[in-house]
Design a protein around this ligand. Sequence first.
Ligand SMILES: [Zn+2]
Length: 299
Amino acid sequence: LEGQGIATIRDMGENLVSHCPFCHHERHTTFSLSLSKGLWICFRCGKKGNAAMLLSELFNISYEEAEHRLRLGTAWRETEKKKPVPSLRLPYEFESLKLPETIGNRRFWKYARRRRLTPALVEEYDVGFCREGFLDGRLVIPFRWEGQLISYFARDITGRQAVKVITCPGGRHAKYLFNLDRVQRDDILIVVEGVFDCLTLADRAVSTSGKRISEDQILQLAASDFRTVCLCWDEDALREAHETAQRLAELMINIQLVLLPSGDPNQLGRKTVLEAVAQARSPTALQGVELWGERRARR
Ligand SMILES: [Zn+2]
C-alpha cells in the first residue's frame, strides 16, 4: 500500500491511520484502515469499503481480481506459517569467493567470470566455493529467502563430475523462486530456469531452480505484485511453458513467452535476452509457435 500513497502515519496496533489516497488531503490524516477486518474509511471524502474494494481502486483491477489476489496472498502466507523451518547451513568447507585472486581461489574466479558473475554479484549473493570435502571443486551459490538460508547450489567447475549441480540436503529450492525477494519491481518479471541465468539478469529475473515451476512457486508469483510474467525458457521446454502459461492465466497473471533457440540466458547474455523479452508475445499469439530465433533469422 505504501507505493500507492498509503503510508502509515500512525500505527495504532489494530488500525492504520494515513492520508487518504482518494481525496489526497495532505494536511490531515483522515484515512483509517482496520488491519484485522480489512475495512477502511476516509472521514473527509466519505469513501469507505473492504480490502478488495481498496485494492481494486488503487491498482485499477476488477473487484473479482482483487478478491482473488487477496485470497491467494492469504493462502500462501498461511501455508508458509504452518511449515516447520528446518535450519540449514552452508557446507562446512564453504569459503567466500573474495578478491584478490589467489592461488586457492583463482580457478573459481575464472569459472565465475565465464558464467558472467561479476565481483559485485559475487559479493551481493555471497557466492563461495569448496576446495575440499564432498563438494570439492564446486562453486557454491547460497539460496536465501529474506535472509534465511533455504538451499544452495554447488556447481561443478571441473567438467569432470557426473552431477553438475548438487543442492543442499533438505533444501527448499523447489518451494521458492530464487531472487523474488530481491528483484526490482518492474512491469515484467522474467522467469528463468537456472540460477546462473537468473544472476545474468539479476535485477529483473527469478529462477525456478529447474525445468518446471512448482505449485508453491506459482502461488508465490500470484501473491507478488507482478502482473506480467515472461517465461524465458529453453525451446525444449515448450510443453511445460504452455502448461505453466495456462495455470498462470487462471490466476490472472499475464503471460509472455520467450523460447530461446540457441542457448540459455546465461550463454546468450543480458542484452540479447532483454531484447528477446521486449519482443515477447503472449503464448496464444504465438500461432504454431513462431520462435523468437526464427523471426530474427528471417529478417
Ligand atoms: Zn478521502
